[in-house]
Design a protein around this ligand. Sequence first.
Ligand code: NAD
Length: 397
Amino acid sequence: MIIKPSIRSNFFTNAHPLGCKQNVVNQINEAKKYPKFKGPKNVLIIGGSSGYGLASRIALAYGAGSNTINVSFENDPKGSKTGSAGWWNNIYFQEFAKETGNIHKDFVGDAFSLDMKNEVVKFVKENLGNLDLVIYSLASGGRLNYETNELIRSHIKAIGEEAEGKTIDIIERKIRDLKVATATEQDIEDTIFVMGGSDWNDWIDILDDHQILNHRCKTIAYTYIGGPTTEKIYRGGTIGKAKEDLENHAKVMNQLLKTKYEGEALISSSKAVTTKASVFIPQMTIYVSCLFDVMVRRNVHETILGHKYRLFKDMIYGSNRITDQENRIRLDHLEMDEAIQEETIKLMTSSTNDEILSLKGTDMFLKEFYQINGFEFDNIDYEKEVDLDTLSEKKPY
Ligand code: NAD
């Protein structure tokens, strides 16, 4: 099969297995260049097949020699369907990580379910004994409520009044104006149910009940704060409410972990990067393009892998933690630097659409968006047939 990019509403409906392999290799090669550090022995990552979760997994497996368990929700290849990028990322991570000599395990299924939690508990008991770190890096548009059997959807909506913004139409490479509708109370509640902290808390409770959290164990989830240009749509909108809920759950879990294990529950505010989830948020595409442009010019741009490596090496297991008054780790301090924000906002507000489209930062963002789905790698011949039947025999577990 010849696999060409297929995008619908800024969402890839396919992935190129060999390009996903390249994406994983690139991150592994980058991690190998960085100094090793003393980190956690056993790590559970919920949402470790792509974006920040995958970068965390690679940073820890290679930087700290950690054993990793990943729970992700991905589609396997079937017939003419290529399978999702995360499916192939899991496969190729497993394939390469054999060289670490450590244990790496994948569970593919619904992290929100009790069955999945029990399966992971069983695996930890039988193979690792206990966990030193639990990373919650899940991003989802929906969550099945197992009590009512109802699928609850999250929403990207503004609160109070409609918000206006712009987005890049990735296929047509055009900028479009957009209006983001006002959320109802139900929309807010549903978004909190999907993207808030209750499921993270359920994971920690079940791991605690089964006594498989190690002394001094830590748990961390990733939030986003951002600046004024994304405020109405992100932090001040439905997603922002879910993030507040996530941050509140961290405070509750922190008490438990501190008293029982001398451990901690942490929130890291991470920088805006190109992921499947971030591209979905209106205005973020333009903001990320302008931000990349400014950060590269000012020599402070970090890759997704470099960002997470720095989190674990310096701020979680090192002594260079930067926190705010809410005790959130501000890994995003370079993005939020006043001069960077000022220049990014100026670029966003004073440039014409054509000027934004011709920025180096926009090229970089668009290329990364294709690459996280396995496309636009220079060393891959995209005209060549991919033997999907043979590749489909590979399983990530
Ligand atoms: P992503 O889409 O790349 O990854 C999401 C992960 O969640 C994948 O591994 C996916 O398989 C998994 N997942 C989704 N539904 C699942 C389910 N039901 N069961 C099991 N796994 C499931 O997203 P990302 O951008 O890396 O986001 C991860 C976290 O980082 C989110 O909390 C997000 O808000 C936060 N964050 C992202 C950015 C950014 O710019 N992308 C910035 C700051 C914080």
